[in-house]
Each structure stands twice: as structure tokens, then as C-alpha cells.
Design a protein around this ligand. Structure first.
Ligand code: KG4
Ligand code: ZN
Length: 337
């Protein structure tokens, strides 16, 4: 089954063709990041306008790269939640129009379910059930993936998402948006023991996260140093910050796996590109004899191939929309349509 999938939930306009949920026939991503960089973050209205301009060409390129025409497809899929509403609406309306014109079924896909499915594209033997740490710019969840379309959040952040904390700390240290990747690179050169940062935990909720106190601690350190006319060693501070975030993510994730008896652990979302998180999880799982999976770097960030993968499983579960489909800025990953 060949599915053309479209993703426009944030600042990437993307289209892909994926076969049977596992094989990428094409994948095109038009990133707007250079423009949003000027403002230090995503400007929602600019994002919507750029999606409008890019979407037609991106879809054409995805078909050309797969050497297919619309008549070769079996279904269309689109990210409809969660994300920036004006950005989501561009992809949803475009795909609805294409569905009306071609008569192809329309499959609505949850963005975070797509991030999880990026792992199916890279690991052909991976099947649910497994425990997944979904860490992106907007979410930090520990998710029980019981089946392809049956999942439940068992832990989540009480305030900032991990990616958001990385980006804000990086910005205060003068790195360009989105700072997570820059902070990660610079941290490789630093000494994490040079600074002692607060280790966040949420009383009574062992699987939940909290990153805003940690972020504020870093921002205060930098501002205090600046007020005294000095500066801080950015590599060391980055290394300490990264280590503290990764400590918190891995501790809760491993505890949840231990408590619930999961032996397959999966990382997903933009922050799963983090070098220390990948190393640490691989090592902790090796020690325990558990299996650890994460997507290749090319599939960690937003893309449409992951949406096409998840769409295949949504379709098999009977999740098909009619033309009244609307975009939703928020939606739980455990929703049942
Ligand atoms: O999943 P994603 O591409 O978009 C959302 O759905 O939010 O995640 C983007 C987030 C950004 O906050 C970005 O800074 C972060 O992922 N990120 C990283 C790394 N690469 C991307 N954070 C830490 N280390 C990285 N290497
Ligand atoms: Zn994402």
C-alpha cells in the first residue's frame, strides 16, 4: 500500500511516499528554519504563509522522487494534530482537496505517533509492545505503546518540554535557534562536573519531568556572570546542562521500564538526536540486556515519512477521515478516533 503523506505542523513543510508503513519511496523536507532564526523562534503566521507557498512544490517533488503519479497511490495522509493551528490547517486543507480530487482515502495522523513510527522505518524488526520516550520541542512523554494505535502516556513534563529547555538554555548562551543541536555539539567539548545544577524531580510522580527550574538556574548563572562583567565557560555549562537533562530523562524512563516490565525501549522526537541521550540509553540497555532503538538522525526531526509510516497502521485500524476533518492544536496521543 503506497501512501502520500504530508506534514506541516511547525516549521517544516514535508511530503513523502511510504509503502506498507516500512519502506520510504521518497521524502522531501522544506525547512523554514533560516527565516525563523532571525526572530529566535518560530513565528506562527510566517510559518503558515511559508507552508502555503511550499506545499505544492514539495508534494510534486515527493511524487517525482518516488517516480509515481497520483494514480499509483492507495491513500493520502496528513498530520492534523498537535501543532501550530495555522500551520496544520495548510496541510490538512491541501490534503482534503487532493482527496476530493482523486477519491483517495484520507488518513489523519497524530504528529507524536508519527515520531514514534520513525523507528519502524529504521528498524524492520521493531513491533509493539514497547516503552517509548517521546522528546520534542513541545512534548516530553513516556508512552506505553501497546499496539500501533493503542498507546498511553504514563509520564510527562509538568512545565517545559526537553527540547524547549535545550533551546532556551542555548539561546541564553548566545546560540542560534533552534539551539538544542548547537548545545549538544558544544557540550561534547565541555566538563559536565564544572557546574552543579539542580536535579529536577516531581514528588509523588516518579515518571514525570520538570525542566523549568533547571533552565532558570542556567539563565540566572549566565545573567549573574554578565552583571559582574564576566562570562561563563559555555562548553562546560552546556555539558552540565545536557547531563542533567539526560540524567532526568533516562532515570525516569528506565524506572518505568523496570516497573512495567518492558524490555524494548525506544526513543523518538527531535531530542532523540541528542548524542548523550543516545549513548546513555544504548549503554544502560546493554548493561541490562534490554533492546534500545532510536531513529537515524535524518528521521529524528520533523518529516513526512514518519507520518506515512504511522498512517499505514491507522488505516489498518480503520482510522479514515471524511472531508469534515479539522486540524487540532492539542490532542492526547492516546485518543481513539
Ligand atoms: O520533534 P521536533 O523536530 O519538533 C517538534 O515536534 O517539536 O523537535 C525539535 C526539538 C527542538 O527543541 C530542537 O532543539 C531539539 O528538538 N533538538 C535537540 C537536538 N536536535 C534537535 N535537542 C538536543 N540535542 C539535539 N542534538
Ligand atoms: Zn515533531
Amino acid at each position: 500500500m503506497k501512501i502520500l503523506s504530508i506534514e506541516s505542523s511547525c516549521d517544516e513543510t514535508a511530503a513523502a511516499v511510504v509503502e506498507d508503513g516500512r519502506t520510504v519511496l521518497s521524502s522531501i523536507i522544506a525547512s523554514q528554519v533560516e527565516e525563523h532564526k532571525l526572530y529566535g523562534g518560530v513565528v506562527p503566521e510566517i510559518a503558515s504563509r511559508r507552508h502555503c507557498e511550499a506545499i505544492n512544490g514539495v508534494v510534486r517533488q515527493a511524487l517525482t522522487q518516488a517516480a509515481l503519479s497520483l494514480s499509483d497511490l492507495d491513500a493520502l495522509a496528513v498530520t492534523y494534530a498537535p501543532g501550530l493551528i495555522g500551520a496544520l490547517l495548510v496541510g490538512v486543507n491541501f490534503t482534503k482537496g487532493l482527496s476530493m480530487a482523486t477519491g483517495l482515502p484520507l488518513i489523519p495522523v497524530h504528529h507524536l505517533r508519527g515520531h514514534i513510527a520513525a523507528n519502524y522505518l529504521a528498524h524492520s524488526t521493531l513491533t509493539p509492545p514497547f516503552l517509548c520516550l517521546v522528546v520534542s520541542g513541545g512534548h516530553s512523554h513516556i508512552v506505553e505503546v501497546r499496539d500501533y494505535t493503542d498507546m498511553e502516556v504514563i509520564g510527562k513534563t509538568r512545565d517545559d518540554a526537553a527540547g524547549e529547555a535545550f533551546d532556551k538554555a542555548a539561546r541564553t548562551m548566545g546560540m542560534p535557534y533552534p539551539g538544542g543541536i548547537h548545545l549538544d555539539k558544544i557540550a561534547e567539548e565541555g566538563d559536565p562536573s564544572a557546574f552543579s545544577l539542580p536535579h529536577p524531580k516531581v514528588d509523588g510522580a516518579p515518571y514525570d519531568f520538570s525542566f523549568s527550574g533547571l533552565k532558570t538556574a542556567v539563565i540566572n548563572l549566565i545573567h549573574n556572570a554578565a552583571q559582574k562583567g564576566g562570562s561563563l565557560p559555555v562548553a562546560d555549562l552546556s555539558a552540565a546542562f545536557r547531563q542533567t537533562v539526560v540524567d532526568s530523562l533516562t532515570k525516569n524512563f528506565l524506572q518505568a521500564a523496570q516497573d512495567l516490565g518492558y524490555r524494548q525501549l525506544v526513543l523518538a522526537g527531535g531530542v532523540s538526536a541528542n548524542a548523550l541521550l543516545r549513548r546513555r540509553m544504548a549503554e544502560e540497555c546493554r548493561i541490562r540486556g534490554w533492546n534500545c532503538y532510536y531513529p537515524p538522525l535524518s528521521l529524528c526531526g520533523d518529516n513526512a515519512a514518519m507520518i506515512g509510516s504511522q498512517a499505514y497502521y491507522e488505516y489498518r485500524a480503520g482510522h479514515v477521515a471524511d472531508t469534515s476533518l479539522n486540524a487540532r492544536p492539542t490532542l492526547s496521543i492516546s485518543y481513539q478516533p
